[in-house]
Design a protein around this ligand. Sequence first.
Ligand SMILES: Nc1ncnc2c1ncn2[C@@H]1O[C@H](COP(=O)(O)OP(=O)(O)OP(=O)(O)O)[C@@H](O)[C@H]1O
Length: 293
Amino acid sequence: MTYSIEARDLRLDYRGSPALRGIDFRLAGGGIYGLIGRNGSGKTSLLSLVASLAKPTAGTLLVDGEDPFENPRIMPDVCLVQDRIKDSGDEIWKVGSFLRTAAALRPRWDQEYADRLVDLFELPRRKRISSLSLGKRSALNIIVGLASRAPVTIFDEAYVGLDAPSRYAFYDEVLADYMAHPRTVIMSSHLVEEVDSLFEEVLILDEGRLLVHEDTDDLRSRGVSLTGPAQAVDDLRHGLTVLNEQVLGGTKSITVYGDLDEDALSRARAAGVEAGPVRLQDLFVHLTRKDRR
Ligand SMILES: Nc1ncnc2c1ncn2[C@@H]1O[C@H](COP(=O)(O)OP(=O)(O)OP(=O)(O)O)[C@@H](O)[C@H]1O
């Protein structure tokens, strides 16, 4: 089951200080979406609204066509997983009881899958959460997100604390389980290098504004690095946004963002300029650089 998510001029202030400054987007649902942004850009604020942990200051937010805030139909079907169990009082629970409680709150919970994930992430069922390492606590939360099978499942930086083998196991699980049980999955992070291949669409937040919302492949194709003789590279830059520029002797390398057509690319090659792809992480870094704001 999949739910759409729609925001119209969505705003959130904390005591008069804006965290979201008028956000508009529509996620059709049934996809894995990447929400990227620098620290403090508003990712958690936006996701908290979707999960009904807060009410917008202004604007509209709709999940499956309805306002999610204190909405008894929508709330059990939105599962927000944060990086670890913070000082919420949950630390006194044993792993097994914590999962049983999560199961009771989630109408689409799959216990067999939860058990398999507990084994995969090697979590001790009888231990108290307070005695788990931070990475194991993250894994426990991730298990709740996956096994909930919630039509809207959100991982808010949830995997950043996992070690590399566990992170890769998590990415494999997200993809496999999403294929078997399509739903709306949102993964937020400022570290996208390992996960960007999972995203069908990417949203980039910057200082409370939505800078980009695009199909991931389209976004990638808009970023090109051009390296070659300085003059030849400069001849190509007209009409394109130059995100980054480096000069080494007579060689120049620029990262451009925009629609570079095939004609321009052939001219570039003829002039000895090499055109290469730009990683999503680099595009994100350049697009959100302080001096570009
Ligand atoms: N409870 C709060 N009270 C006051 N201001 C807050 C609160 N939570 C967030 N903010 C502010 O709102 C803005 C957005 O914060 P938010 O946590 O949504 O960003 P983020 O993109 O999730 O950041 P990070 O990657 O560091 O987790 C920041 O300026 C932050 O200081």
